[in-house]
Write a protein that binds this ligand. Structure first.
Ligand code: C5P
Length: 210
């Protein structure tokens, strides 16, 4: 069973993916971390984030054990990730790894931007998680404030807006729902309600597929 979860930044897709994976006993891969780690490694080697050959080298030599680096969760790491994520050679270098993970038994949940469209076009279930920009920014702002980050809501909103725009408008694997994705709008849902809704959608899809 392969479950693809895509959506914009701070839509709640990562939390949802983990909850769904735990619920069904599946493996879970946050593919955003791959791009975040590639950007980190490019910068650590003193190379430019826009340098496609440097990005591809970092992607090819990526150490999966380094994905639990807490620094990768920072807003600046997300920003840097969306710069290297535009580069076709970087995306290509990360494709096999993601597809191999997606084939894990008894199932795998992958979350990102292009899972349903490019990485796993044959996924059994595709969910595209959305939420209004204001709501997503509010959630991210609260999260950062709790960590003691002296950021303003206006700054968080603008950073998310620009990152989504970059992810949506890039030529290679732009963020968009697959034609057969189920849309899940979490604007008015907390994580419990979003999880219940997602499990309901998955169970109905499984029942229909027999
Ligand atoms: O999901 P997360 O915010 O960690 O993703 C960071 C960045 O990585 C995104 O803004 C996007 O540019 C890129 N990304 C991507 N494709 C994926 C996952 C993430 O392009 N499947």
């Amino acid at each position: 069973m392969m479950i693809a979860i895509d959506g914009p930044a701070a839509s709640g897709k990562g939390t949802l993916a983990k909850r769904i994976a735990d619920h069904f006993g599946f493996a879970c891969l946050d593919t955003g971390l791959l791009y975040r780690a590639v950007a980190r490694d490019v910068a650590a080697r003193g190379e430019a984030l826009e340098d496609e050959a440097a990005g591809a080298r970092a992607a090819e030599t990526l150490e999966l054990a380094t994905l639990d680096d807490p620094e990768l969760r920072s807003p600046s790491a997300g920003e840097a990730a969306s710069v290297v994520a535009k580069l076709p050679a970087v995306r290509k270098a990360l494709l096999d790894l993601q597809r191999t993970f997606a084939a894990r038994e008894p199932g795998a949940v992958l979350d990102g931007r292009d899972i349903g469209t490019v990485v796993c076009p044959d996924a059994d279930i595709k969910i595209f998680v959305t939420a209004d920009l204001g709501v997503r920014a509010g959630r991210r702002y609260e999260e950062l404030r709790r960590r003691g980050d002296p950021v303003t809501l206006a700054e968080v909103t603008e950073v998310l807006r620009l990152r989504d725009e970059r992810d949506r408008s890039r030529a290679e694997a732009p963020m968009r729902p697959a034609d057969d994705a189920i849309l899940l709008d979490t604007t008015d849902l907390d994580i419990e309600a979003a999880f219940d809704a997602a499990v309901g959608l998955i169970m109905r899809r499984i029942a229909r597929q027999g």
